[in-house]
Design a protein around this ligand. Structure first.
Ligand code: NAD
Ligand code: 3PG
Length: 467
């Protein structure tokens, strides 16, 4: 039975207000407050907490060690929250997902059509990270499952990691440190450089690329960037027309593009050929963007003087001794290379980023479960209405996700027309449309009729009645 089918028969008590336990003063140097944090404080006491069914019946599965800030927000809602440290193998994920209404993941868990097919109760997915490439967004939308992410809460963390790597590569820092850990004193200046006056080439000039551009210029670097979109430069950075021009013009190349068919092996043998002799490559985007065997070749030949890699085509489900050739065939080759910094996908792994992401995504999930708001969703049109208040007791909010075909609104409004439609908003995105309507003068007994009438329409993807 789907979550929505429970709606008419359950009572609405047991709600608790969303609170935010994250204290921004935990940051040593700044008091960044994500928009979502300020959002959760806006929840007024007079706002009616809309509940589709008893909050304690809402089952939430959180994978991949999602920050406690996010867990707390969801628990404070009264939801049943199970939080696991790692990702799950596909067969276990399929079993678990059958039961839950909400799932929270990070970059590792693959929510493919095959997995989502089993997620009969699932209404919403939270990606507690930037990337959403791990989710079949179209399948989810067509199944009436909204997907949220945190589009920029870890951008600064990634940019700072990359800045540290630029200097570390230029100074062969990782090698010197590893040698000394083994007791070897190796004081050299050959092949070690200042970064001042060098050129940084940024591929993908989005949230992370922008931050990086500003930081690199502050260190005296020149910045060029390549992006498929024409974008305004930060500072004196210059956009170049082709990837080739960027590779030919940069001393350091850093990649910040999403995982897409077009970005698969974007840097391979041909592209290494364009790069300057003795230049450096940094990849903290997605593992599929760099052809690793080609990188190994380019480093062995001396064309590339150093590289920093944070992301890999295959990453382990959790922490442990997994960086081996069973996971990625070339793992042993990488170990033999000099001036190669390998990190376990930690670009966004800071206290600040994870706290902010936890709050932002958990707030969005609670707002979606309780009020149906799709603001910030990555696979649904953005639809929202002002909150119902406590002095509107006979009001009901209808959420009707439907196929984007002609004639639906007329039929829906015939169903709703028995009542007073106070406000309504609808929008579409691709094949899917999302309607939200607040109707008044609804008796408890009318709710199941409304629900069933909407479910009977051929255009229905998912109906929710919140009251
Ligand atoms: N290592 C980590 O922990 C970590 C953390 C955050 C994000 N990421 C990865 O970094 C990526 C970028 O993050 P962001 O927040 O800057 O994303 P963003 O969406 O703000 O920016 C991406 C930019 O890439 C551009 N782009 C897309 N396809 C391109 C192509 N083929 N060639 C050139 N440019 C192209 C886009 O136009 C956009 O400007 C994410 O998609 C994610 O996969 C990794
Ligand atoms: O997409 C992202 O935000 C990054 O790749 C970080 O992913 P993670 O939360 O799995 O570390």
């Amino acid at each position: 039975m789907s979550a929505a089918q429970n709606i008419p028969t359950r009572n609405r008590d047991g709600a608790s207000a969303v609170t935010n336990s994250f204290d921004p003063s935990t940051s040593p140097s700044q008091s960044f407050i994500s928009p979502s944090q300020s959002f959760s404080h806006r929840q007024s006491v007079s706002t009616k907490q809309l509940k589709p069914f008893n909050t304690q019946d809402v089952k939430v599965l959180l994978l991949e060690n999602i920050n406690v800030t996010g867990q707390d927000i969801l628990r404070e809602q009264g939801y049943q929250v199970e939080a696991l440290k790692a990702s799950l193998p596909e067969h276990e994920l399929i079993e678990k997902i059958k039961d839950v209404h909400v799932i929270g993941i990070r970059s590792k868990t693959k929510l493919t059509a095959k997995v989502l097919e089993h997620a009969k109760n699932l209404i919403v997915i939270g990606c507690f990270c930037i990337g959403t490439n791990q989710v079949d967004l179209n399948y989810a939308a067509n199944a009436g499952i909204a997907v949220f992410n945190s589009p920029f809460s870890n951008s600064r963390s990634v940019a700072e990691l990359v800045i540290s790597e630029i200097i570390a590569l230029a100074r062969q820092l990782a090698d010197r440190s590893m040698e000394l850990h083994k007791g070897i004193w190796n004081k050299v200046s050959a092949g070690c450089w200042e970064v001042r006056g060098k050129t940084l080439g940024i591929v993908g000039y989005g949230h992370i690329g922008n931050q990086l551009s500003v930081l690199a210029e502050a260190m005296g670097m020149s910045v060029i960037y390549y992006d498929v979109v024409n974008l305004m430069s930060m500072g004196t950075a210059k956009q170049v027309p082709t990837l080739k021009a960027l590779l030919e013009g940069a001393d350091f190349v850093t990649l910040h593009v999403p995982e897409l068919p077009e970005t698969q092996n974007m840097i391979s043998t041909e592209q290494f050929g364009y790069m300057r002799k003795g230049s450096y490559l940094i990849n903290a985007s997605r593992g599929t963007v760099v052809d690793i065997p080609a990188l190994v070749e380019a480093m062995r030949s001396g064309k590339i003087a150093g590289a920093a890699i944070d992301v890999y085509p295959n990453e382990p489900a959790g922490n442990g001794e997994y960086f081996n050739k069973e996971l990625n065939a070339w793992a042993e080759d990488l170990r033999t290379l000099k001036n190669l910094i390998l990190t376990p996908h930690i670009g966004g792994s800071t206290e600040e980023a994870q706290s902010a992401i936890g709050v932002e995504v958990a707030d969005a999930l609670a707002k979606y479960v309780n009020e149906g708001s799709t603001v910030g969703a990555v696979n649904m049109p953005e639809v929202n209405l002002r909150s119902l208040t406590a002095d509107e007791p006979n009001h009901v909010r209808i959420i009707y996700i439907h196929k984007n075909v002609p004639g639906v609104l007329r039929r829906v409004n015939e169903v709703l027309g028995e009542h007073n439609v106070d406000k309504q908003m609808t929008d579409s995105r691709g094949d899917v449309a999302y309607l939200m309507a607040d109707i008044s003068n609804v008796n408890q007994g009318d709710i199941s009729n409304l629900y069933n009438s909407l479910e009977d329409l051929g255009s229905r993807v998912r109906t929710r009645v919140l009251y």
